[in-house]
Design a protein around this ligand. Structure first.
Ligand code: ADP
Ligand code: MG
Ligand code: MG
Length: 253
């Protein structure tokens, strides 16, 4: 069964009703990594926001199923508890909540939804330290409030740490590469690659091909003006790098 099946999805801005997604279809099977590339304003962030159930958008047509269930019927929290994780292009700050506490709370919310017991304090610490080390997240950051005062690169690392700790089944990465220098990009990509697995699916959104040198996708989709105008393998990303998005201008009209 598909992990995520999007069929002819239409979505508009809640405020004003401007149509953004104009019939998107794609299917992610367990184990697959799909990349979505496209010019600024194409609707890439809207797509990940709508999948994650973030406010501000109205679905005006089509369907999204996750593991066979109607994802659109769940609110954003329920989607997160069901294993859908969205790493933001612009990570939010949560003043007053230490990163470690936030991680533990989020893990336990998922466990509770799955009818599992809370994570043992020692197991949590062990996993957090191992993951933090692998991602170059210093321990001091884990004690600081979520994202408050983090640099751009630190925020991205902290997000991938969240992802590694939560072990989602569907990872949505929205321009997780933006603002990263090449070393940070590698660290983040390694963290994402470590999470690849037979049961997990990923949707990696990026404006640039560079990230896909490190996170090699199974399928690449080109999104222009709210529609997927082309899908292919990783060679498509290289083609876009060489020839740009202009070749698709008007293709979505
Ligand atoms: P991308 O991520 O591909 O750059 P977005 O999904 O962010 O594209 O945006 C698609 C279109 O929707 C753009 O024209 C953008 O200006 C508009 N848009 C998205 N979110 C909002 C919002 N909250 N308010 C107004 N316009 C928005
Ligand atoms: Mg944008
Ligand atoms: Mg965006």
């Amino acid at each position: 069964m598909a992990l995520l099946e999007i069929t002819d999805l239409h979505a508009a801005l809640e405020d004003g009703g401007k149509p953004i997604l104009k019939g998107v279809s794609l299917t992610i099977r367990p184990g697959e990594v799909h990349a979505v590339m496209g010019p600024n304003g194409a609707g890439k962030s809207t797509l990940s926001n709508v999948i994650a159930g973030r406010p501000g958008f109205v679905v005006t047509g089509g369907s999204v199923t996750y593991d066979g269930q109607d994802l659109l019927a769940l609110d954003a929290d329920a989607r997160a508890r069901a294993g859908v994780f969205l790493a933001f292009q612009y990570p939010v700050e949560i003043p007053g909540v230490a990163t470690a506490t936030f991680l533990k709370t989020a893990i336990n919310a998922r466990r509770k939804a799955a009818g599992e017991p809370e994570i043992e304090a020692l197991e949590f610490l062990k996993r957090m330290k191992a993951n933090a080390k692998a991602l170059g997240v210093v321990e001091d950051m884990l004690k600081r409030p979520v994202n408050v005062g983090f640099s751009g690169g630190e925020k991205k690392r902290a997000e991938v740490l969240q992802m590694a700790m939560l072990e989602p089944r569907l990872c949505l990465l929205d321009e997780t590469d933006s603002g990263l220098d090449i070393d940070a990009l590698r660290v983040v990509a390694d963290g994402v690659n470590a999470l690849r697995g037979p049961d997990r699916g990923m949707l990696v959104i990026t404006h640039y091909q560079r990230l896909l040198d490190y996170i090699v996708p199974d399928v690449v989709h080109v999104l222009v003006d709210g529609r997927i105008v082309k899908s292919g393998d990783k060679a498509l990303a290289l083609d876009l790098e060489a020839h740009g998005y202009a070749q698709f201008a008007g293709a979505a009209a």
